[in-house]
Design a protein around this ligand. Structure first.
Ligand SMILES: Cc1ncc(COP(=O)(O)O)c(C=O)c1O
Length: 407
């Protein structure tokens, strides 16, 4: 029988997609599952976005389109980047099928076998899998809850070797919702200035920032990094449009040229209708997205109010995205309904089986001390899910006679 490549044989299916499939299967069996597992922001784009999409269908030429993206998409993206204080020219930007595709192609363009890629942990689940697909080696820099899941510059200094090729940075973060302050970004940027490595800045949650905080980019604090840094953007989260599959990236012309060669060899161009909708999202009124952020901030507050009342569970306050990442490890080694909970997998499995609540185990993000809550569901679902979550811990404390010091 013909064999598959080693590359795909060793590849892992996405952990988040695996949990989503399990949830669908249980729902089909009639179970009343609440899912806090999906990375979908749960709001729809505004009317002007749909109008632009309809117009694109009506005026469709049926032709292949520019690989970089349509003129209007490129112009709208450049304008938005400029408004964020990140000026780029047309030859320094291009489109992709979502941020995921941009990241995948960037790694293809940058990596040789055995090159090392520095990744702060917890990380977005696909980073290491993508690196390994191109025979690179992920090097993890562990950022536990005790350091607010945030990377310190000295961790980069300690992890750098002659083989380091790329540093990957995601701010605000999936899975923790952490947002780096200006000083924290600057400290990381100062360290990165010392090293001749690529920087991939995954900024796809940059509009999703709460409490009047500001998003600070590495190029705001350290403009000297511009020649080795690539910004990755997407309409999936900021504009509630994950299924439309449009990502954008901006960086030095030489990397953008290489990326256009890759997409010219693989996809030719992204589709006309999605490009028109993305151009409208980037370039049109932003209030539909702003409103969605206000709602998400309220939901974040609801989650944190419940977590704060669960003794022994620690959760640094998320300031962006729509995730919280409670550290539940003080309950490991104890039982729930007679089942030993030794790690995040046991915890999430038991939570799903007994409370019909789905979370993604933290080990999918390289941090087994906890699990990811995605709270972008409707309020009723959120309230019911949080009740089930809190009940689970109450039961564990009662069944194990657990008492925690409450700070
Ligand atoms: C940190 C991060 N980067 C990239 C992506 C990819 O997003 P998309 O391909 O939908 O643009 C995701 C999706 O969940 C993500 O969380």
């Amino acid at each position: 029988m013909p064999v598959l490549s080693k590359r795909v044989q060793s590849a892992n299916p996405s952990a988040t997609i695996k949990v989503a499939e399990k949830v669908q299967e249980l729902k089909k069996q009639g179970k009343n599952i609440i899912s806090f597992s999906i990375g979908v922001p749960n709001f729809l784009p505004a009317e002007h976005v749909y109008k632009a999409a309809h117009k694109a269908v009506d005026g469709d030429s049926g032709s292949y389109l520019p690989g970089r993206g349509s003129e209007e998409l490129v112009a709208a993206f450049i304008m938005q980047m400029e408004n964020k204080g990140l000026p780029y020219k047309e030859n320094e930007v291009a489109a992709a099928i979502g941020g995921k595709h941009a990241l995948f192609n960037l790694l293809m363009a940058m990596l040789e076998a055995d090159d090392e890629v520095l990744i702060p942990t917890p990380y977005w689940t696909s980073y290491p899998d993508m690196v390994e697909m191109f025979d690179g080696k992920p090097i993890f820099m562990h950022c536990p809850a005790s350091q607010n899941y945030k990377l310190k510059p000295e961790q980069i200094a300690a992890a750098i070797t002659p083989k380091t090729k790329i540093f990957m940075f995601n701010n605000p973060s999936n899975p923790t919702g952490m947002l780096y302050s200006k000083d924290e970004v600057k400290a990381i940027g100062d360290e990165l200035e010392k090293h001749d490595i690529w920087i991939i800045s995954d900024d796809i949650y940059d509009r999703m920032v709460f409490d009047g905080e500001k998003f600070h980019h590495l190029l705001h604090t350290n403009p000297n990094l511009r020649d080795k840094l690539v910004c990755v953007q997407s309409i999936s989260k900021n504009y509630g449009m994950p299924g439309w599959r449009v990502g954008m990236f901006a960086g030095p012309e030489r990397i953008v040229k290489a990326m256009l060669t890759i997409s010219g060899t693989s996809i030719t161009n992204i589709n006309n209708v999605s490009m028109a909708a993305a151009a409208a999202a980037f370039g049109g009124p932003q209030d539909f997205s702003d409103k969605a952020m206000e709602t998400l901030a309220k939901k974040r507050n609801q989650v944190m109010a419940v977590l704060a009342n669960i003794p022994g569970v620690v959760c640094p306050m998320p300031k962006g995205a729509f995730y919280a990442f409670p550290d539940v490890s003080s309950y490991y080694g104890k039982t729930h309904n007679g089942v030993l909970i030794n790690d995040d997998i046991d915890f999430c499995t038991q939570l799903l089986e007994t409370k019909e609540l789905a979370l993604i185990p933290g080990s999918a993000f390289g941090e087994a001390s906890g699990a990811r809550i995605s709270y972008a569901c409707d309020y009723d679902t959120l309230s019911e899910g949080l009740k089930r979550f809190a009940d689970f811990f109450t039961e564990m404390r009662t069944q194990n006679n657990l008492i925690f010091d409450v700070a």
